[in-house]
Design a protein around this ligand. Structure first.
Ligand SMILES: [Zn+2]
Length: 156
């Protein structure tokens, strides 16, 4: 799901929850969008390219290509650390003790839920099951497929 859609959904929920959480809801709203910074991080590290625009174009093209029902090649998913269940589990522990982290945690959970729902909704091919696996940090750490963790070999 694109950042602008995450922002719009986050904004809607923020407006609904504003009477309950007041100014703190801005932390939630920022977190719903900024979680995707991990996509940029992995791109910058692997491609040794700091261009935000290049990262956006590359990752968008890769996703569109793999989501195509006619796609025949091997799927490539890079480690996006904030989008992993293990990371969120650890964050949830810290969130228990800190209000700021609590709203970041809520934003991240909301974002990831939208990612999962929209992927399931749009794509009925096996892409979805590969996608779910990659939400585990363990998948990337244990995978011998260095395309997900090491160097980028993908040609677009
Ligand atoms: Zn995302």
């Amino acid at each position: 799901m694109l950042p602008k859609f995450h922002f719009l959904h986050g904004l809607l929920i923020s407006l609904i929850l504003f009477p309950l959480f007041k100014g703190h809801i801005l932390i939630f709203l920022a977190a719903t969008v900024l979680i995707d910074f991990d996509h940029y991080l992995i791109y910058a590290v692997k491609k040794k390219d700091l261009s935000l625009e290049n990262a956006y174009i590359f990752l968008k093209k890769l996703e569109e290509k793999q989501k195509n029902p006619g796609f025949k090649g091997r799927y490539t998913f890079f480690l996006c650390v904030f989008h992993t269940f293990e990371f969120l589990l650890i964050l949830s522990i810290f969130a228990f003790f800190n209000k700021f982290l609590f709203f970041i945690f809520l934003g991240f959970i909301f974002h990831l839920s939208l990612d999962i729902i929209s992927t399931k909704w749009e794509f009925k091919n096996k892409y979805f099951f590969y996608y779910l696996k990659t939400l585990f940090l363990a998948y990337h750490l244990l995978s011998r497929d260095k395309e997900t963790f090491g160097k980028i070999k993908v040609k677009l």
